[in-house]
Design a protein around this ligand. Structure first.
Ligand SMILES: [Zn+2]
Ligand SMILES: [Zn+2]
Length: 351
């Protein structure tokens, strides 16, 4: 098999030829057809996450060489002896956010936030991802049926899709006049707009710094749009919603967006932080009880979240994300382009 590997953090990927593994036990070997390139791949490739204020979170746990790629779609080509019932030739997306299966999080079904030793495809040490001709999936339960969706979309749903879905799910049940705000309408935020519409039966409010993002959000069903650059825009949200949005889902996660979110959220409401832009927050502690607000983080999604999301996808309730295809050999160029902000939509590598 062929892989595009990180051999040194921050240095160009290298093509490596290794023996194609044979599935053992419950393992399933996929021939990769589509591998999405995600912004977190850029961070893993760099070797650290930027925490803002000059602070870096290093990827010390990942031993090199490492194969990136957690948005994977492919074809079953070999099946382990303890994985019966999986047909050779069947096409699936691979759920990448795999945990140890034994820790308290995993036992709650929250493998995506495993505390015992995550085995995330393309993201955890010793777990090669989809920038390759083949990828090993540890168990058939992680094979996801993406229905009639474009296979490349099936791949993209495994990260941006489930991230948006799981964040929206944390909003919970809405009262009759409750509003949800999607803050940051880039790629993941736009999926958030669509899932909000599908899950709550009405379009969310949308806020962004760019008018073209707001136009796109409006076209995707947002009920009202707010440009966060406009002075006193948070006051307008308060007035329009009768006291604030019940939930603000922040797909940017910067100091500025958090400040906007905390001004727009209603008493008893919640701010859900999804984006990893960075920075720090400061808030007077008495504001928590006075305003009875909750601030929660959301990180990708669980296997259950993924299956629920795919039900919406298979039911045709979510529009396709724009996808561009490039050959696997363009992996390195694609990471560079993403780092330089030259890419809109999703790039999917095809081996
Ligand atoms: Zn991702
Ligand atoms: Zn675990």
């Amino acid at each position: 098999m062929r892989s595009q590997c990180v051999v040194e953090f921050g240095r160009p990927l290298q093509e490596m030829e290794t023996e194609t593994p044979t599935p053992q036990g419950t393992e399933v070997l996929l021939k990769v057809h589509n591998a999405g390139v995600c912004h977190s791949d850029v961070h893993i490739h760099d070797g650290y996450f930027d925490l803002g204020g000059g602070n870096k979170l290093p990827m010390a746990s990942i031993k090199l060489p490492h194969t990136l790629g957690h948005e994977i779609e492919g074809e079953v080509v070999a099946v382990g002896p303890e994985a019966p019932g999986v047909d050779i030739g069947a096409r699936y997306a691979a759920f990448p956010w795999i945990g140890c299966g034994k820790c308290p999080s995993c036992l709650r079904g929250e493998e995506n936030i495993c505390v015992g030793g995550p085995r995330q495809l393309g993201c955890s040490n010793g777990c090669p991802g989809g920038y390759a001709t083949h990828v090993m999936v540890p168990h058939p339960r992680y094979l996801i049926d993406y229905g009639k969706a474009d296979p490349a979309q099936g791949a993209a749903y495994m990260c941006s899709g489930v991230t948006a879905y799981a964040a929206m799910k944390k909003v919970g049940k809405l009262g009759p006049n409750d509003q949800v705000m999607v803050l940051g309408c880039g790629g993941v935020g736009m999926m958030g707009v669509q899932f909000a519409r599908a899950m709550f039966g009405k379009g969310p409010l949308a806020a962004d710094i760019l008018d073209e993002h707001l136009d796109a959000a409006k076209k995707a069903g947002a009920s009202a749009t707010y440009n966060t650059k406009t002075p006193d825009e948070a006051k307008k949200v308060m007035a329009d919603t009768g006291g604030g949005a019940y939930a603000v889902v922040d797909f940017v996660g910067s100091e500025k967006t958090f400040a906007f979110a905390s001004q727009c959220v209603r008493r008893g409401g919640k701010v859900i932080i999804v984006g990893l832009f960075g920075g720090a927050m400061q808030m007077p502690l008495p504001m928590f009880p006075f305003r009875a607000i909750a601030i929660q983080g959301s990180m990708v999604g669980s296997l259950t979240d993924t299956q629920e999301m795919m039900e919406l996808v298979r039911a045709g309730k979510v529009d396709a994300v724009p996808v561009t295809k490039r050959p696997l050999s363009a992996a390195n160029q694609t990471l560079d382009d993403l780092r330089d902000g030259k890419i809109t939509g999703r790039v999917v590598l095809t081996p």
